[in-house]
Design a protein. Structure first.
Ligand code: NI
Length: 133
């Protein structure tokens, strides 16, 4: 059920907020506020080390010496946290791997950071959502 409440804001802050809404293509202020509130709770959960579900997306050069092996070894170290891995051969040199994870935020972030630090990894991005609601 949706509940209604009013918010008081300074003129210039409201102006900035409306620009923000336009740039993000939100339909209305309520939608944007809801999203911002959810995101701030998500950040808290991250800090509080709550259960999250998410993806780690990697782009890497598979010709890099021992990189493939290091990526596999790391994933075996986190086999309790990894739900599935999809590998796509993007081009002659590049591979893309999407790793679906479910665990404590800190663990997931640790895996993403370790993968990002490997030589030959061109891009590593982590996306998470709360697993509890
Ligand atoms: Ni490949």
């Amino acid at each position: 059920m949706l509940k209604r409440f009013s918010i008081s804001l300074e003129d210039d802050l409201l102006e900035k907020f409306d620009t923000f809404i336009r740039n993000r293509t939100y339909n209305n202020r309520s939608e944007a506020i809801r999203d911002l509130i959810r995101n701030s709770f998500l950040k808290d959960e991250w800090e509080a080390d709550m259960e999250v579900i998410g993806t780690i997306t990697l782009v890497y050069d598979h010709h890099q010496y021992q990189l493939q092996e290091k990526i596999t070894t790391l994933q075996h170290d986190f086999h309790h946290q990894i739900i599935s891995t999809t590998h796509i051969h993007v081009s002659h040199d590049n591979c893309l791997e999407v790793i679906i994870v479910r665990s404590k935020a800190k663990k997931v972030k640790g895996l993403a950071d370790s993968l990002a630090a490997l030589r030959g990894v061109k891009n590593c991005s982590l996306s998470i959502s709360s697993a509890n609601n």
